[in-house]
Ligand binder design. Sequence first.
Ligand code: ZN
Length: 407
Amino acid sequence: MDEIAEQYVKMVLELGLYDPNYVDFYIGPDEWRPEDETRETDFPYLRFKENADRLLGDLEKLKDDIDNSEEKQRYKYLQKQLRAAATNVELLAGKEIAFDDQSKLVYDAINPEYPDGFFDETYEDLNRILPGSGPLNARFESFVDAYRIPADKTQVLFDTAMEEVRIRTQNHLNLPDKERVTIETVSGKIWGGYSWYQGNNHSVVQLNIDKPRLISAVTHLAAHEGYPGHHFFHLILDNILLKKKGWIEYCVYPLFSAQSLISEGTAEYALKLAFPGNEKTEFEEKVIFPMAGLDPSAAGLCNRVFNAIFMLRQARIDIARKYLNRQISRDQALDQLIKYQVLSRSDAERTLKFIETGRAYVITYALGYKLVNKYMDAFEDNSQKWEQFQKILSTPFTPSDFLLNRS
Ligand SMILES: [Zn+2]
């Protein structure tokens, strides 16, 4: 299996030459890194396809020789990652794949079908919660304006929230020595935040400051990008799965693969784990709002608005699916994004661009969260939840495992 894993890593790295977003991080041997000059002018579809098929076939031959459960999990994970890579080969060659087929083949999960009007209830919740009268989008905009992250306090607020989530994580799980997160602000990106793992237990978290953001997003982003979200996951990939187990497939992280659904799903759940019950609001009342110069008594209201927006994000998958399957036009998709994602026209345009670029990647956040949340709900005790969370991250867990009986 080690040999197949090595070939898988090299294939992912080479695919990265044809799609700059494909390789999220690589911390393996330097000599495996392909030279940019080896990139061919035309995408070598047949060579990639044969390689992917051969690796999947070689892996299949090992099936009957695997006897312990850990190896079985590793096998299943590698098979799903290879299948995702093979599907990306098809997509890079310009093949059209229906949204749900792509979700299944790349992310190992399919978003449920929602009846028409399914999101109207959550939309109405937001309508009720938001103060003022008039069109909802305009009210949301003024609300964000009143309770936004002040530009001059961005760094100190994120540093403080990051330290808080780090301590909260450390209270339950082990962190390696000298691990750290550096926070940078950037602009002109299609994402809101990104956690770049640098190796050696260090992540650079970049925050996009192009548009004003509700103050409640500070702790959410700190948990999502940092602890126990992406940075924490990357520490586990590096220290446990790659170094301790010696599983070389973990030295590369292909963004368009089942690993992303685990990564985004757990990162979205990270906030709830770090701040159970009302603890997020309590922390914000005590620390974040005063630091931002905002009235702490509004922390509860801000979180209710924030949560309604968070729940509405499931609608984004539905809109993306209909648009990419050509069931709705570009204009209809934009109108629905403006309504259900409460976006301005220019933000809706940007979101649609993100959908066109990442296609089924859009499922990783809201569906990932939904799967993790449902799985975790079975564990009542908070310390059990932390334990399970670590288990999801430190074993070759795949999205369909969320739907199996847990043991
Ligand atoms: Zn993320």
